[in-house]
Design a protein around this ligand. Structure first.
Ligand code: PLP
Length: 409
């Protein structure tokens, strides 16, 4: 019998990595306080407290709490007056919401490539995609690594473009000492279950700009005006409000989040030092201007040529069998079905009818989609022994790579 767990052997580890989320006393207390207050939505205090605290943590004046990170992007786009037929530049290696939010405000996503070393949006590729219809850029701080905000800020100001930071994966990340989300015109966050700070679902929009904050607030609250009458709707908004339960839970999470952030960074340094010695395995680079990486994911680049042609999918199965929750990650967004769906159904603008995504080819994205191995952030909350198990699993599979390459179908 093989030593590999995938082929019937004993796995490197059986116990799961630290559970995520992992509720404590303080979370229960916070939720029960809202429950007995009977102010579950409008009229409670927790949402306003959360907005203030989150904004202050990012050195900005305004925060608007919303239902999730997807609507945060849609509201930010509307507040930036992005709509009918405008072009918005987005990276092609990101979660679908970065692009679907653009389509959902009747604007047109323009996909650009990523930097092969960090997997973040490539500013040179952004320059190449600028055109007369370009109105906005949405850099994504992928995996918690800040995008090159120096260059993107210059491009945006040269061309008067609206700059939205998609910081859904980057709570507490910093670029040149500045918290991400506070550098562009507006920053959006997600508190969905997998994210580094979570309330199951949830989102936040932050900005320094008062009129922009006022528009975001209005769009998320049925088009109301902050000082207007309740049944007065000067804008075309929707109801995207958060509940007081989510806000209370997030306030409790925030008090623990800094420490978890530091633990992830320490673990990432350790894993980086241990894994980079292994042939065919390398970790993503960290730009020298990054002063804090949020490590929502720990990303490994896999070169199968160095592993006897062992397919990534087989390696992933073998890792999972050894007890390591590794996964493959994204596919290129420009080939997703939602682009055609939008054409048939909602987005009738001539400029969209004329746009052909079939010719889009971003080689670094294509490569990332083939080579990437993701480890989720909760792995990084583990102990040294937990991390050593990750390293041990890679070494073990590598020792048996020829045997495994032979049986892969
Ligand atoms: C999670 C995520 C979103 C969407 O957030 P939800 O809260 O799940 O709607 C947007 N962009 C990126 C990059 C994400 O990872």
């Amino acid at each position: 019998m093989s030593k590999l767990a995938l082929l019937g052997g004993k796995p490197v580890r059986r116990p799961p990595f630290p559970a995520w989320p992992s509720p404590g006393k303080e979370d229960r207390r916070a939720l029960l306080a809202v429950l007995s207050s009977r102010a579950w939505g409008i009229g409670g205090t927790e949402i306003a407290r959360l907005e203030k605290r989150f904004a202050r943590l990012h050195g900005v004046a305004y925060g608007v709490a919303v239902m999730n990170g997807t609507v945060a992007l849609e509201i930010a786009l509307k507040a930036g007056r992005i709509g009918d037929g405008d072009e918005v530049i987005v990276p092609s290696y990101t979660f679908a919401a970065t692009a679907t939010a653009v389509l959902n405000v009747n604007a047109i996503p323009v996909f650009v490539d990523i930097d092969p070393e960090t997997y973040c949006i490539d500013p040179q590729s952004v320059r190449g995609a600028l055109g007369p219809r370009t109105k906005a850029i949405i850099p994504v701080h992928f995996a918690g690594h800040p995008a090159d905000m120096d260059t993107l800020t210059s491009i945006a100001s040269e061309r008067s473009l609206f700059l939205i930071e998609d910081a859904a994966q980057a709570h507490f990340a910093e670029w040149g000492g500045q918290p991400v989300g506070s550098i562009g015109h507006v920053g959006t966050f997600s508190f969905q279950s997998s994210k580094n700070i979570t309330s199951g679902e949830g989102g936040m929009i932050i900005t320094k700009d008062e009129p922009l904050a006022e528009r975001c607030w209005s769009y998320h609250n049925c088009g109301r005006s902050p000082k207007g009458e309740w049944y007065h709707h000067p804008r075309l908004g929707g109801n995207y409000r958060m509940t007081q339960f989510q806000a209370a839970l997030l306030l409790a999470q925030l008090t623990k989040a800094r420490k978890q952030h530091r633990t992830r960074k320490r673990s990432a340094r350790y894993l980086t030092s241990k894994l980079n010695g292994l042939l065919g395995i390398s970790t993503l680079k960290v730009d020298t201007r990054v002063t804090s990486h949020a490590y929502h994911l720990f990303v490994i680049r896999y070169d199968k040529e160095q592993w006897s042609g062992l397919e990534r999918s087989t390696l992933l199965k073998a890792l999972n069998a050894e007890g390591i929750p590794a996964s493959r990650g994204y596919v290129p967004l420009y080939r997703e079905g939602f682009l055609a769906e939008a054409r048939e159904f909602t987005l009738r603008h001539r400029a969209y009818a004329e746009r052909d995504y079939s010719g889009v080819d971003c080689p670094n994205t294509e490569r990332a989609c083939k080579e990437a191995i993701w480890l989720p952030q909760n792995v990084l909350l583990g102990s040294r022994e937990d991390l050593d198990d990750v390293v041990r699993a890679f070494h073990k599979i590598r020792e048996h790579k020829d045997e495994l390459a032979k049986v892969q179908s």
